[in-house]
Design a protein around this ligand. Structure first.
Ligand SMILES: [Zn+2]
Length: 263
């Protein structure tokens, strides 16, 4: 009897200790600050992606936004960075890789915001649309440059298929394997590499023949095609599913998106 009581006592102590250490560990994995409540309605209003998440996934999304902001500098050049900008940059970063819980942008240290389009001679691996966004190369490796005006515009516009910030983060994802070539090897399962490559080449031909609803800019190269298709996929998923079911299905596999209500 005494032995049994002693065992129960020891067991109880162990459970308490485990509970204590577990909660401490969990606390350490949390961001240093709580997610600003005022950001939630902004996300719900401006991000289709966030709106479609269930409550548990929304919390994870918010958590990852905070971790991103704690590890990435966002600097204004001739402009002031406001909370809204920080929120939208972080959302654009998390959207493409949300299904990959351990993802970190190892190739990004800082995002520079310019008031509007810029056309300085940046050393760059990709500059887009005279120039609303770019991913730096060479001396600017680890730097992304975005137009602040375009960043805000893209999120407040409900009918556009474009979102330059998501586009640039798609390039960064693509760049993680070393080559910006339209095939992000880190995301695309081996069995999808060939189907994706074929789908890209087929659609690029259609773009060049003016028979596609994909932004013509995607016809310039496979790298641009991937980024343009990604922003379309995340901004207007329903439209893409209707107009380009094959591309839509492949992108769902690549980004591991299992949307409810879309089959
Ligand atoms: Zn691009």
């Amino acid at each position: 009897m005494e032995t049994l009581l002693l065992s129960l006592f020891v067991l109880a102590v162990l459970v308490l200790l485990f509970g204590y250490f577990y909660s401490t560990m969990r606390k350490k994995a949390q961001p240093a600050t709580t997610f600003p409540a005022a950001w939630r309605p902004v996300l719900a209003e401006q991000s289709v992606f966030y709106r479609e998440l269930d409550p548990g996934a929304r919390l994870q999304f918010e958590h990852r936004i905070q971790v991103f902001l704690q590890t990435t500098r966002i600097t204004g050049v001739h402009t002031t960075v406001e909370d809204l900008d920080r929120l939208l940059v972080a959302a654009s970063a998390i959207i493409p890789i949300f299904a990959f819980p351990d993802w970190e942008y190892i190739n990004l240290n800082e995002v520079l915001l310019y008031p509007d389009s810029f056309n300085h001679d940046f050393e760059q691996s990709g500059s887009d649309r005279a120039v609303l966004g770019m991913v730096g190369d060479g001396a600017l490796n680890g730097v992304m440059v975005l137009s602040q005006h375009e960043l805000r515009q893209a999120f407040s516009n409900k009918t556009s298929k474009t979102n330059t910030a998501i586009h640039e983060f798609a390039h960064l994802v693509d760049k993680t394997d070393g080559a910006v070539d339209g095939i992000p090897e880190v995301l695309v399962k081996q069995s999808y590499v060939l189907p994706w490559l074929q789908a890209m080449q087929k659609e690029i031909k259609k773009i060049r023949a003016d028979r596609s609803d994909i932004n013509p800019y995607g016809g310039t190269s496979e790298a641009e095609f991937f980024a343009v298709a990604a922003e379309y996929f995340f901004e207007r998923p329903d439209l893409m599913e209707k107009k380009n079911p094959e591309l839509y299905r492949l992108l769902r596999e690549i980004f591991l998106q299992q949307r409810t209500g879309s089959g």
